[in-house]
Design a protein around this ligand. Structure first.
Ligand code: SF4
Length: 326
């Protein structure tokens, strides 16, 4: 029987799921995901993760537990660096160790370490190790790797056309099929933050759907081509160290300088170390653009629906009022 590989629907699942799913499926594995976050998953994570961990890490623990009885292997990659310049937050670097030491009876982990600074072949080599964990031959891994890239490129193209991760992922569809949303003549907000906060409707308390229901068009970090982000001049002496934080900051600068949004919302997790800096830099950037209203939404495991809804509605009303007609 084909081995099953579990992929937790949390953290960088929202960026790399098409690659991971295609890679393991093409190697003949049965790919099992933990599904959307719900209260049970959150409670499981809160119970097992360190009390001072950020809520995304707690959620990851919950998703892992939901998968543990179902699968032969768990895919828990150690993502270090994918762009030669910045690294992922230390929580990502320690993820396989945290999972292994917390859940001693967990299925074997496929815990490849990915750091492209180790050389040209670092990425294929890491996936070669993942394939070897499943007993796959070299040619099969090479084929799965190429098909995974193809799926990932298709996904990125759809994101850059304006779809959101939940709409562009294989097997999912948006209200307009795979067509980009039409934002002409609408109030448009940039909603910036880490993908596992912004695109997890449970922890963001349905932020994006709420905005869309109120007639607000949404642009997220994933909709902006990376070449535009990396071309963005930074008003800093050096870049930020952490990859997602660096991208969020660049996305804010890009949206502000290109005047593409009428408001900006930053979604951040309570207790996030990197965001303590990113948030401050965003505030500084917004001071140079006082015409763009700015809202910070901090989420944690106690975030309530009523409080979140009130803040979002008040923000939309505030932006909309002077621009009658939207
Ligand atoms: S970047 Fe922040 S929210 Fe994300 S894992 Fe690290 S500490 Fe948690």
């Amino acid at each position: 029987m084909a081995p099953s590989v579990g992929i937790p629907c949390s953290l960088l699942y929202f960026w790399f799921y098409p690659f991971w799913e295609t890679f393991f499926r093409e190697l003949g594995a049965r790919v099992v995901t933990s599904g959307s976050t719900n209260k049970q998953i959150l409670d499981l994570g809160v119970k097992e993760a360190l009390a001072d961990a950020c809520v995304p890490v707690k959620l990851y623990f919950g998703h892992v537990q939901a998968l543990m009885p179902e699968v032969d292997f768990l895919f828990v990659p150690r993502l270090v660096c994918l762009n030669y310049q910045t690294t992922y937050c230390p929580k990502f670097l320690g993820l396989p160790d945290m999972i292994r030491h917390t859940f001693t009876g967990s299925p074997p982990l496929i815990d490849i370490r990915i750091d492209v600074r180790e050389g040209l072949h670092a990425l294929p080599k890491a996936y070669w190790q993942a394939g070897r964990a499943l007993g796959a031959k070299h040619a099969a891994v090479a084929r799965a790797y190429l098909l995974a890239w193809k799926a990932q490129r298709r996904y990125l193209t759809l994101l850059q056309k304006g779809l959101l991760p939940g709409e562009a992922a294989p097997g999912k569809s948006s209200p307009t099929g795979k067509r980009p949303p039409d934002r002409r003549g609408r109030l448009v907000f940039g909603v910036l933050g880490y993908p596992y906060l912004v695109h997890d409707p449970y922890i963001s308390v349905g932020l994006i759907a709420r905005l869309q229901k109120m007639g607000v068009g949404v642009i997220t970090l994933e909709n902006i081509p990376p070449r535009l982000l990396y071309r963005q001049p930074l008003p800093l002496d050096k870049r930020l160290f952490w990859t997602p934080g660096d991208l969020v900051y660049r996305a804010a600068l890009y949206l502000l300088s290109s005047r593409r949004v009428h408001g900006l919302i930053h979604v951040t997790a309570f207790g996030c170390g990197p965001d303590a800096m990113v948030g401050k830099y965003l505030e500084q950037a917004l001071r140079r653009h006082p015409e763009v209203p700015f809202l910070t939404l901090t989420v944690d495991e106690h975030t309530g629906e009523a409080g979140m809804a009130t803040r979002i509605e008040a923000f939309v009303d505030m932006v909309r009022r002077p621009k009658a007609g939207w």
